[in-house]
Design a protein around this ligand. Structure first.
Ligand SMILES: *Cc1c(COP(=O)(O)O)cnc(C)c1O
Length: 393
């Protein structure tokens, strides 16, 4: 079915899908590493790009291609690239647009490894990076140098949930011929469409909302312009960060319910955020759906909904965080987000326990900070679980 002009939910179900000669209702898994040519001429034509078809799974595969086409349609891109993980997508972007003596401007509160790999591996190859609070457009503008090639944004950023105005940031970057990439993992294509707002590439950890069932790791890039798409694809094929067909099949299955899952999760998250904001043991709550959120208006402007990620600070600091972790029973103590199950995390004692306290505080990882990825369970159960655990503090 041609879904180009169809609604978002129809695209989720049908875009990119194909049906085999037996009339399979879902896209089959082509679990094969290579594809046989019909004859010498066929092989020659495939390699020359004169005929459409498949050669080798790292280069392309029907199941992976179905997912790539679906994702591209969901965000109005010209093409999608599926990768082994979100980090494979991040490093493919860096490898494509950065080189010796070139410069990147990056949101300071990006996903930890997206920053760490610049400071370690890419610095080793002579790439310069500047990390700015991109919610302040002036900081972006002031960081631009003649050798700046890439503006890498993450919005909402973690754990502050600070938003970057994608439209205005893209306008600034494009005046200087700088390519704009947005990590759209926290919002998914349902809640935010970076390409429509002016970005060149949208990036996802499929591990989170898009797959939605905490059973695979995966990544994707969606490009607006065919030239940029071709460059990214070439890097993926050479560097070998490709997805596996079975992984693609699971993501295709997971993404079909994206809006149903997110609608429920953010309805729950709004109630959880309201509950937490009124709780006497909670110092503050950061959730783009709260009126108290500093960028509440921008959230309404560039996002279709506030999502399902909440950050909050416990008045009791580190000890309170540990007590909360040890007393919740419904939420799993785990990193990640965007699955059907609720996950809770206390960075100071868990993900950032190895980071010295001073450095933690500098990165806004305060002692009582808790990150809650709200799932689609009954919200009364989620709140009862938190209520019981908060009472132990
Ligand atoms: C998880 C995540 C990544 C990395 O994705 P993986 O699939 O774990 O490699 C990148 N960005 C954001 C915002 C994430 O949450």
């Amino acid at each position: 079915m041609d879904t180009k002009n169809a609604g978002f939910n129809t695209k989720l179900i049908h875009a990119g899908d194909f049906h085999d000669e037996y009339g399979s209702a879902v896209t089959p898994i082509y679990q094969t590493s290579t594809f046989a040519f019909k004859n010498a001429q066929h092989g020659a034509d495939l390699f020359a790009g004169k005929e459409k078809g498949f050669i080798y799974t790292r280069i392309g595969n029907p199941t992976i291609g179905a997912l790539e086409n679906k994702l591209a349609e969901l965000e109005n891109g010209c093409g999608g690239i599926a990768l082994a993980s979100g980090m494979a997508a991040v490093t493919t972007v860096y490898m494509t647009f950065l080189g010796q003596g070139q410069h990147i401007i990056c949101t300071s509160a990006v996903y930890g490894p997206s920053r760490a790999v610049l400071e370690s591996h890419f610095a080793k190859f002579g790439v310069e990076s500047t990390f700015v609070d991109s919610s302040n457009l002036k900081e972006i503008e002031d960081a631009i140098r003649p050798n700046t090639k890439l503006l890498y944004l993450e919005t909402p950023a973690n754990p502050t949930m600070a938003l970057t105005d994608i439209k205005k940031a893209s306008e600034i970057a494009h005046k200087h011929n700088i390519i704009v990439v947005v990590d759209n993992t926290f919002s998914s294509p349902y809640l935010q469409k970076p390409l429509d707002l002016g970005a060149d590439v949208s990036l996802h950890s499929l591990t989170k909302f898009i797959n939605g069932h905490a059973d695979i790791v995966g990544g994707a890039l969606i490009a607006k312009d065919p030239e940029i798409y071709a460059k990214l694809r070439k890097t993926m094929v050479y560097m070998g960060g490709n997805m596996d067909p079975h992984q693609a099949y699971l993501v295709i299955r997971g993404v079909k319910t994206l809006t149903l899952r997110i609608d429920r999760a953010q309805e729950n998250a709004m109630k959880v955020a309201d509950y937490l904001e009124k709780h006497p043991k909670v110092a503050w709550v950061k959730y783009p759906g709260l009126k108290s959120f500093p960028q509440y208006e921008l959230a309404k402007e560039q996002m279709k909904g506030p999502g399902a990620m909440i950050s909050f600070e416990l008045k009791g600091g580190y000890e309170a965080g540990v007590t909360l972790m040890d007393n919740v029973h419904l939420a799993l103590l785990a990193v990640s987000l965007g699955g059907v199950e609720s996950l809770i995390q206390h960075p100071a004692s868990m993900t950032h326990a190895g980071v010295p306290k001073e450095a933690r505080l500098q990165a806004n990882i305060t002692e009582g900070l808790v990150r809650y990825a709200v799932g689609i369970e009954n919200v009364e159960d989620i709140i009862a679980d938190l209520d019981h655990a908060l009472a132990k503090i």
